[in-house]
Structure formats: structure tokens, C-alpha cells
Design a protein around this ligand. Structure first.
Ligand SMILES: Cc1cc2nc3c(=O)[nH]c(=O)nc-3n(C[C@H](O)[C@H](O)[C@H](O)COP(=O)(O)OP(=O)(O)OC[C@H]3O[C@@H](n4cnc5c(N)ncnc54)[C@H](O)[C@@H]3O)c2cc1C
Length: 313
């Protein structure tokens, strides 16, 4: 059995690692940041548990993985003012990352960035930014196109060229904790701003007994982003919010993938997939999946595919 290296420890890379772990396939994972989970992090302050990146998702009728991870209980439903419903993790989306990561026994290396991938004989070679070299029998690249583009420059220049133009938008995630009885619902005024997502909750696992948590997702074009203080002041006045107990503003520059909205995206993805060498998978929110459940299942499917290929070699 060939060994597998996973590049990127966000949700899709972790899901691939989880699946390889279940199958008993040897793997190593490289993550450039000091923590796993990519954009999935949560912060608790003054008794309010706020999600800094993804905060809600659509749960399919059946998703057995949640029970497998012991996460069936910790979910509840929130509804936006526009009447849309989503599922939220009681202990924050970071609980999904922790549940996956907690089951991994393979080698996980932090603070190492893969800069390029090559191929020597029948093995892949990975060159790190710090000069270290690794080799691998098979590869799962679980990094956004803006990073993967560089990795493929030597191995498959045409893949690199096709990944280079992927467009992104800037996203800002905001958590605001207020006292419930002082809060008056702003109604449709929420949507007067650049708000793309909004929900509020007084679930006791997320807020103190007299609290209410507002979670907002705002979109800005690069160059127009207010500072965190300006954003909070603006929201407080526009939404007529009472005194703010706590807040978290997380700015994700160039993190919202837009490529899937452009004409020719499907054809480009299909070509990229045919150009990838056997034994290499490319997964993540730039590649056909953008929601949490889809990314997890894409990661797991890629792991099964790569394991099947690796066992036949
Ligand atoms: C702010 C924000 C909010 C979102 N909200 C929602 C939501 O509410 N609901 C929903 O369903 N989806 C949401 N999404 C979309 C999607 O579900 C998430 O982006 C998801 O976390 C993407 O996971 P990923 O593994 O594909 O990518 P990432 O989380 O980007 O993970 C990629 C990982 O690769 C690492 N990496 C990059 N380059 C290298 C390198 N050279 N070497 C080693 N490691 C590298 C990165 O550090 C990162 O950890 C949101 C996305 C963002 C950005």
C-alpha cells in the first residue's frame, strides 16, 4: 500500500484524513497554520460562543457521520428573518473540526507550507517553503486554488494556469452578544447593508441566560472594508442595537470562492481533473463543493478513491 500525503488541514483535508484512518491507510497531513480547521474556528467570550468563519449549514435528511463522530446531539436549528433555516453546532463549528481531528492518529505537521510538487520515478516529491523535502506515494491536495496553483506549476503547468484565475470575494464574519430584553428586532433593516447571512440565537449552550447572540456574514469588495470598530459602530447604529456585551469581527480576505458562479467553470474543472496525474486528488471549497457537508463528503470520497488507486499500484 502506498502512503498518502494530505496537503491542507481544513475541513476537506481533515475529512480525507478521517476516512484514510478508518480504512487503515497510512497518511501524513501538512498544515501551514498552527491550528487545524482552516476557516472553522469558534471563540467564547463573556459566556457567548461565537463562530468566526462558517456558522450554519443545511443538514441532509441522513448524515450518519455525525453519529459516528458523536455529534448527533449538539445541533439545533436557526431561522433567518427571511425564513431560511439552517443547522448550527451547539458548541460551535469548531466542534466538527475537533471531532474529526480527535480521531486521527497519523502524523500531522503544522507550520509547514508546501510550495511545489514534483514526481520522481513513481513517487511524488514535495518541496516545502522552509527547504525540507518530503516524498509520497499518493497525494490529496486540500488547499484553495490560489495556493494549489503554485504547487502544480512544475508537476502540471496547465493545471496551475487553470487554477490561477479563480476569483474570490472578501467575507467578514461578526458575532455580537447583547442582553435579550433590551434587543428590538431590526426586521428588514438587516438586509439594507452588505449582510449576506444573519441569524440570532438565545440557545443556552451559546449564550448566558439573559443574552442573545447575533451572527452576521457581510460581503465587501476589496478596498472597501471598514475596521472592526467601524463595523461594530455602524451595525449598532443601523440596527439600533442595545449596549454590546461582546463582539468578534473576523475578516477573511479573498476567502469566498466565486469561481463556481462563472461561465465555463464546470468545463474548466472537468479539464483540470483529466490533467491531474493518477494518484493525485484535488479537493476543497474551490472545486465543486462549497458547503460543509459537501466538503466533508468530497474529502471522504477522495480518500476512498486514492486508497483504491494506491492499493492497486
Ligand atoms: C468566512 C467563511 C464563512 C463560511 N461560512 C460557511 C457557512 O456558514 N456554511 C457553510 O456550509 N460553508 C461556509 N463556508 C464555506 C466552506 O464551508 C468553508 O470555507 C470550509 O471551511 C472550506 O474548507 P476547505 O478545507 O475546503 O478549505 P480551507 O478551510 O481553506 O482549508 C485549506 C487549508 O489548507 C491550508 N493550506 C493552504 N496552503 C497550504 C500550503 N501551501 N501548505 C500547507 N497547507 C496549506 C490552509 O492553511 C487551510 O487550513 C464559509 C467560508 C468562509 C471562508
Amino acid at each position: 500500500m502506498r502512503d498518502v500525503v494530505i496537503i491542507g488541514g481544513g475541513l476537506s483535508g481533515l475529512s480525507a484524513a478521517y476516512e484514510l484512518e478508518q480504512m487503515g491507510v497510512p497518511y501524513r497531513l501538512i498544515e501551514v497554520k498552527k491550528q487545524l480547521g482552516g476557516s472553522l474556528t469558534s471563540t467564547r467570550r463573556e459566556g457567548f460562543l461565537m463562530d468566526n468563519g462558517p456558522f450554519a449549514f443545511h443538514l441532509p435528511a441522513e448524515w450518519p457521520l455525525l453519529a459516528e463522530l458523536g455529534l448527533t446531539g449538539p445541533l439545533y436549528t436557526v431561522t433567518s428573518p427571511a425564513g431560511k433555516s439552517w443547522q448550527v453546532f451547539r458548541e460551535g463549528t469548531a466542534s466538527l473540526v475537533n471531532a474529526l481531528a480527535g480521531r486521527l492518529t497519523g502524523t500531522i505537521v503544522h507550520r509547514m507550507a508546501v510550495s511545489s510538487i514534483g514526481q520522481l520515478d513513481k513517487r511524488f516529491t514535495l518541496c516545502m517553503e522552509n527547504g525540507l523535502m518530503w516524498d509520497a506515494g499518493a497525494l490529496i491536495v486540500a488547499a484553495p486554488a490560489r495556493h494549489a496553483e503554485r504547487m502544480f506549476r512544475t508537476l502540471r503547468p496547465e493545471v496551475s494556469q487553470r487554477l490561477a484565475g479563480f476569483p474570490y470575494d472578501t467575507v467578514v464574519r461578526i458575532g455580537i452578544g447583547v442582553r435579550r430584553e433590551a434587543f428590538q428586532h431590526p426586521g428588514r433593516r438587516i438586509w439594507d447593508m452588505a449582510v449576506a447571512y444573519y441569524y440570532e440565537t438565545d440557545h443556552p449552550d451559546r449564550v448566558p441566560s439573559d443574552g442573545l447572540l447575533l451572527q452576521l456574514g457581510l460581503r465587501f469588495h476589496a478596498g472597501q472594508i471598514p475596521t472592526p470598530d467601524e463595523l461594530i459602530t455602524m451595525l449598532q447604529s443601523r440596527l439600533n442595537l442595545p449596549e454590546i456585551v461582546t463582539s468578534v469581527v473576523t475578516h477573511w480576505p479573498e476567502a469566498d470562492p466565486l469561481a463556481h458562479l462563472s461561465a465555463g467553470y464546470e468545463a474548466n474543472m472537468a479539464t483540470i481533473e483529466t490533467l491531474l496525474p493518477p494518484g493525485v486528488a484535488l479537493i476543497g471549497s474551490d472545486y465543486r463543493q462549497t458547503d460543509l457537508v459537501g466538503l466533508v463528503e468530497q474529502g471522504r470520497a477522495a480518500a476512498r478513491r486514492i486508497a483504491a488507486w494506491a492499493s492497486g499500484e
